[in-house]
Design a binder for this molecule. Structure first.
Ligand code: TXE
Length: 496
């Protein structure tokens, strides 16, 4: 594979990429095809044999060198990622997160990839069994635009520790960072032969699936379904982390100051462009008005990071098509009777698309804002009268990513949490799936497919289980299955 990451294959097709702060198309993306991907995948498979043979200690050494290289290229990566997303502080958090993934997996990997010592097969004293863990040779990781760097590496890093080679396809909405990180990878011998990017849009993603052995995808449900179908056609496993419509239930007697602070953060962090963002808020009728007042006051205090990227809290909307979805959800809600308490307007400022944290009331499940993924800093608050209704409302969704429950006691909150059909549930806080790295949690319902990306399965799912059966006894002749013979004869032979 070329060590010069910028020497891309001859352009068959290019895409203009919009800058979320200026609205200008200031980056050009070469769309790679299957013909471009095939030779890269081939050279990676060859290099992966050596990468696997390095063993987890050897791979850890190389990945620690990658961690250091990221530090040496930090400014260039942050500059590119800031142009992709229009934000600064979260960009630094993404870079820290990738280095953190390497630190965390360096600790966990040795215990997860070791081959088990031989043991006797049950009931066959002359047969030894050796369990082996064999990595998939080549992972295709397909990433979205909301945390472009972090979601490109959240699956790639554990897969590399497991011994896979990895090809990443970042979103065509936010590709700039991948050029900077490629330059960084190019400085790490061995790694640059087993870790790379292919750039392009959905077609490049679809082509990638045809050239890998396993797919890890993060994105929308609609595209996740296409990816799953393509993986099935290629007969390879696929791990999906898709959209969410995370609910929070505030039980009667909850601490409303705590709840409103936590719910605001979990709803508007990254301008609400996070899969674990809260998207529906259910509050008991006895506390509804007081809660809305508290939430709206705190929402108004969360200022746009405009015009200065180093000030404020709320960045621009990264994807202009998403801004239209948010606008559509708010208009639909108002048309059906919802009331805008604060925010609610998509503003075009210097070419960027912005929206202040928005609180809606008088909402119901006939509205898009309560049923489809809004993916913005929008907080629809719905009143309920009893606990059973709140649980029914929270579960009235095709999604099951995560949720949050606030209660007057932990027991009350946990009692309700155990009735919510979602993978990660925060108790007396919200959005905690990204704070707790070592808890396994799957994406329920249409929010995903496959083992948990968090916790130890985040790595073990990239390992295929293999068994070696070593017979040190006699072999069984075909006559042993003649009519009239019994299994006892078979076992007796195997034990000789
Ligand atoms: O995701 P897509 P997008 C939600 C959010 C957003 C919607 C679409 O609601 O509005 O998804 O966002 C590649 N075969 N989330 O457009 O379309 C594509 O090039 C293979 C939630 O970013 O899912 C990109 O790299 N790949 C989510 C990636 O898939 C294909 C985060 C994601 O694109 C492909 C982001 C195909 N047929 C959006 N078509 C979360 N839960 O975090 C496209 N791609």
């Amino acid at each position: 594979m070329s060590t010069d990451p910028i020497a891309s294959p001859p352009a068959t097709h290019t895409l203009k990429v919009r800058n979320p702060r200026t609205g200008e198309a200031d980056f050009e993306l070469i769309v790679m095809t299957g013909a471009d991907i095939e030779p890269i995948a081939q050279s990676m498979r060859t290099a992966q044999v050596e990468w696997k043979a390095l063993g987890v200690i050897g791979r850890t050494k190389v990945l620690r060198a990658f961690r250091e290289a990221i530090g040496n290229h930090r400014d260039a990566i942050i500059t590119a990622l800031e142009a992709d997303t229009g934000r600064h502080r979260i960009t630094t958090t993404e870079v820290d997160a990738v280095q953190g993934f390497i630190d965390a997996w360096a600790q966990l990997a040795p215990g997860l990839v070791e081959n088990h010592a031989e043991r006797p097969a049950g009931g066959l004293p002359k047969v030894g069994v050796r369990q082996r863990l064999q990595p998939y040779p080549l992972l295709g990781a397909i990433a979205p635009w909301n945390f472009p760097l972090l979601l490109s590496f959240i699956d790639a890093i554990p897969a590399l520790f497991a011994g896979c080679a990895v090809l990443i396809k970042p979103s065509e909405v936010t590709p700039r960072f991948s050029v900077a990180i490629e330059r960084c990878i190019a400085t790490v011998p061995v790694l640059r032969d087993v870790l790379g990017f292919i750039r392009g849009d959905g077609r490049s993603g679809a082509a990638l699936i045809e050239h890998v052995d396993v797919v890890a995808f993060t994105g929308s449900v609609a595209t996740g379904q296409k990816v799953a179908a393509a993986a099935a056609a290629a007969f390879i496993p696929v791990f999906l982390e898709l959209g969410g419509k995370d609910p929070v239930i505030v039980l009667p007697g909850s601490d409303l100051d705590r709840a409103s602070t936590s719910i605001l953060r979990a709803s508007v962090l990254a301008t609400g462009q996070a899969c674990q963002s809260l998207e529906r808020i259910y509050v008991h009728e006895s506390q509804h008005d007081e809660f809305v007042e508290l939430l709206a006051a705190k929402a108004r205090a969360a200022k746009l990071s405009y015009p200065d990227v180093s000030q404020g809290i709320i960045g621009p909307l990264i994807f202009d098509r998403q801004a239209e979805i948010i606008r559509q959800h708010i208009e639909d809600a108002v048309a059906k009777g919802a009331h805008i308490v604060t925010g609610g307007e998509i503003k075009k400022l210097d070419g960027g698309m912005w929206i202040e944290p928005t609180v809606l009331t008088n909402v119901d499940h006939s509205m898009l804002v309560m049923t489809e993924e809004t993916f913005g800093p929008v907080m629809p608050v719905m009143m309920y009268t009893d606990e059973a209704e709140a649980i029914r409302l929270a579960n009235d969704t095709i999604f099951g990513l995560s949720a949050a429950i606030f209660g007057p006691t932990e027991e009350d909150a946990i009692r309700v949490a155990e009735q919510i059909d979602a993978g990660g549930i925060s108790i007396n806080d919200a959005g905690m799936t990204t704070m707790v790295f070592d808890a396994c949690k799957m994406a329920f319902r249409s929010s995903g497919m496959g083992p948990s990306r968090m916790g130890t399965t985040g790595l073990s799912r990239f390992l295929r289980q293999q068994a070696l059966y070593i017979n040190r006894g006699a072999v069984v002749p075909i006559e042993a299955v003649a009519e009239g013979r019994s299994d006892a004869d078979w076992l007796a032979t195997m034990s000789r």
